[in-house]
Design a binder for this molecule. Structure first.
Ligand SMILES: [Mg+2]
Length: 233
């Protein structure tokens, strides 16, 4: 039995960047010939497919074009990655947290609304090494209609193991709840620690630079309580 730490990417491993939105608009425009002008009101925590579907919908564009838009997004992401022009910024303390978790034998992996290629380009652009993450046990929601579907897939795949979701939005928390995963919230994205305390998070930290010890204690406690519950069965 292993303990998987399933990291969200945007707002959790890397800080926000305004170029991401432009890439979505470019992908849609290049596929459909129409550049969306209407914004989605609350995009945070949506999977990429969910967000793009919503952008098409609110702009009155044929949603049947979504698969083509996702392909184009992958191509543009690769071009952007290869240009090296858009470095990403790692969230504070995450590099040390990944290392500390790995030292304890916990497995760092990704659970993200991005596709696998975009996820890889993003973490590399932020200075993480690809072998920091277990890609075999990472879950990508670019084709998931919601974060719940994504998390349910991860829950099935990791049955019999311990897993904790680390994320920055209430949607990460709801998705964790629906799959029965504990949720550890970090306020480096678009939500404040107070807002995240309204979720069922086992712990809310401001960032990993200040919250690493508390995070380790919380995950240790989860490991022990789940371990004890299975031993009683
Ligand atoms: Mg996020």
């Amino acid at each position: 039995m292993s303990t998987y730490i399933l990291w969200d990417i945007d707002g959790t491993l890397i800080l926000g960047n305004s170029r991401a939105g432009a890439l979505y608009l470019d992908s849609i425009e290049q596929v459909t010939g129409v550049r969306p002008t209407v914004r989605v009101s609350n995009p945070h925590g949506m999977t990429e497919g969910q967000l793009l579907a919503e952008v098409l919908k609110v702009n009155g564009i044929d949603s049947g074009l979504l698969p083509d838009v996702l392909v184009r997004l992958d191509e543009l992401s690769l071009a952007q990655h290869e240009s090296g022009e858009y470095p990403r910024e790692a969230a504070p303390g995450t590099a040390a947290a990944l290392e500390a978790f790995a030292e304890r034998g916990w497995i760092n992996a990704l659970l993200t609304g991005n596709g696998p290629n975009r996820a890889r380009y993003k973490v590399l652009a932020a200075g993480y090494s690809a072998d920091t993450f277990d890609w075999e046990h990472s879950y990508f929601g670019h084709e998931s209609p919601t974060r719940h579907h994504l998390t349910a897939d991860a829950g099935n795949a990791l049955a019999g193991h311990h897993a904790v979701i680390v994320g920055d939005t209430p949607k990460d928390g709801e998705a964790a709840d629906s799959a029965g995963f504990p949720f550890l919230a970090v306020a480096t994205g678009s939500f404040t620690a107070d807002e995240l305390r309204a979720t069922n998070a086992v712990l809310v930290i401001h960032d990993f630079a200040t919250g690493l010890d508390a995070a380790i204690d919380a995950i240790d406690a989860i490991d022990q309580s789940i371990g004890a519950a299975s031993a009683r069965r």
